[in-house]
Design a protein around this ligand. Structure first.
Ligand code: N2P
Length: 348
C-alpha cells in the first residue's frame, strides 16, 4: 500500500513538473480579437493567419458603425482590430479611442492606391489602413420592376407596397431620404431633418422589413422587388441571382471607405499591426475582395480580380456615377437628432 502511495506521489510530482515546465517554457499563444462587419472577409484567410503566425484569432461581427461604436465606447471588450467606416473613424480619432499605427510594421501599405490616402477622416493616414470601399444604392429584381430605376423615389411608390427592403442603419436610411430631396446627407438643418423623418414614417407601411445581412437571402430568393444595399453585397447577390440589378440613383448617394484601425483597448498592438499588414498582402487582399465582392483599394489585388468584377460599375463605379455622392461626416452634436428620428421611425 505504502509503495502504491509513494509511486502515486512520484507520478503526481512528475506530471506537475511537466505541466509547469510547459507553462513557463512555451509562450502563451496571443489571442487577437477582431471586430468586423458581417460577411466581410474570406474566413480562410483567418485560419491561414493563425497557422502562419501561431496566433489565435477571435472573430466577432457587427451590422452597423453605431453598434460597433457603442460596444467599444462601453469598454465591454478588449478588441485589437476594428473595421469602421470613415465617419466612425473620425469620431473615434477625435475621442482619442484609437492608437496611431506604426507604419514600419505595415510595409504592405505601399500597395494601397493613393486615391484612398489623405482622406478627410484620417488626413495624415496615421490611424487607419483602407480595407474596402463602395456605395449605397438600389438593388432591384428585373422580373418584378419593369420601369427604369434611377431615383430613390421608387422606394416611396405604393405600387411596391411590402416589396421594399430598407437598411436597418440610421445614417444610410436617413441619408438616402435626404439625398432624394436634394439635401446633403450630412445636414444638421432641423427643417430638412424633419422632412426626412416625415417621409420615412410615410414610407413605413410600404416597407417589408428593415434588414442587415439578411437582405442577401431575401433578394436572392425573390422575396422582395427593391432593396437598399451596399455595393459589394449587390455584387454577391447579382452573382447568385442574375435577375438582380444595382443602380446608384441620379440624386446621388453615399460613397464610403471602411478601414482597419486599432482601438486603445488593444492588448496586442504589435500583433494587430502584423494582422493589418497581412490583410494588405496581395494574395490575401485578392482573396477577400474576390470572395466578398466589395471594391478593394489594393492596387495589386485589383489587377488579379476577374475582369467581369472590376469592369462592373456596381462595384467599381466611375467618377461620373458618383458626381452627386458624398462621404458621411461625423455629426458630432447633431447625432442625437438623427438618433431620435430613427427611433421614432422604427417605433411607429
Ligand atoms: C458587409 C458590410 C459592408 C460595409 N456586410 C458597408 N460599409
Amino acid at each position: 500500500m505504502k509503495k502504491v502511495l509513494k509511486s502515486l506521489l512520484v507520478f503526481t510530482l512528475a506530471i506537475s513538473m511537466v505541466l509547469s515546465l510547459a507553462g513557463c517554457g512555451g509562450e502563451k499563444k496571443v489571442q487577437l480579437k477582431v471586430y468586423n462587419w458581417g460577411d466581410y472577409i474570406d474566413q480562410s484567410v483567418i485560419g491561414d493567419f493563425e497557422k502562419k503566425y501561431n496566433i489565435d484569432v477571435v472573430y466577432d461581427e457587427f451590422a452597423t458603425n453605431e453598434e460597433m461604436y457603442a460596444k467599444i465606447k462601453a469598454g465591454a471588450d478588449d478588441y485589437d482590430i476594428l473595421v469602421p467606416s470613415d465617419y466612425a473613424i473620425k469620431r473615434m480619432i477625435d475621442e482619442d479611442m484609437l492608437y496611431k499605427l506604426d507604419m514600419s510594421n505595415i510595409p504592405n501599405y505601399k500597395y494601397i492606391d493613393d486615391r484612398f490616402k489623405d482622406l478627410a477622416y484620417d488626413p495624415t493616414n496615421e490611424y487607419s489602413v483602407p480595407y474596402m470601399w463602395g456605395t449605397v444604392g438600389i438593388l432591384y429584381n428585373k422580373t418584378m420592376v419593369k420601369e427604369p430605376v434611377d431615383s430613390w423615389k421608387i422606394l416611396w411608390d405604393e405600387k411596391y407596397s411590402k416589396q421594399i427592403l430598407m437598411l436597418d442603419s440610421l445614417r444610410d436610411s436617413i441619408g438616402i431620404t435626404l439625398k432624394m430631396m436634394g439635401y446633403s446627407l450630412n445636414t444638421k438643418d432641423e427643417k430638412e431633418l424633419n422632412e426626412a423623418k416625415e417621409l420615412l414614417i410615410k414610407q413605413k407601411p410600404l416597407v417589408l422589413a428593415y434588414v442587415g445581412d439578411e437582405v442577401k437571402d431575401k433578394m436572392i430568393g425573390g422575396e422582395a422587388a427593391l432593396a437598399v444595399v451596399w455595393s459589394g453585397d449587390a455584387i454577391y447577390m447579382k452573382r447568385e441571382n442574375p435577375d438582380l440589378e444595382y443602380v446608384i440613383p441620379k440624386e446621388g448617394s453615399n460613397i464610403w471607405f471602411d478601414a482597419v484601425v486599432i482601438p486603445k483597448s488593444s492588448q496586442h498592438k504589435k500583433e494587430a499591426e502584423l494582422f493589418i499588414n497581412y490583410l494588405c498582402e496581395t494574395e490575401v487582399a485578392f482573396k477577400n475582395a474576390d470572395f466578398i465582392g466589395y471594391a478593394t483599394p489594393h492596387v495589386e489585388a485589383k489587377k488579379m480580380l476577374p475582369v467581369d468584377l472590376t469592369s462592373d460599375k456596381s462595384a467599381y463605379p466611375e467618377d461620373g456615377d458618383l458626381k452627386n455622392s458624398e462621404v458621411f461626416e461625423d455629426l458630432a452634436g447633431s447625432l442625437p437628432k438623427y438618433d431620435r428620428i430613427w427611433t421614432e421611425v422604427k417605433s411607429k
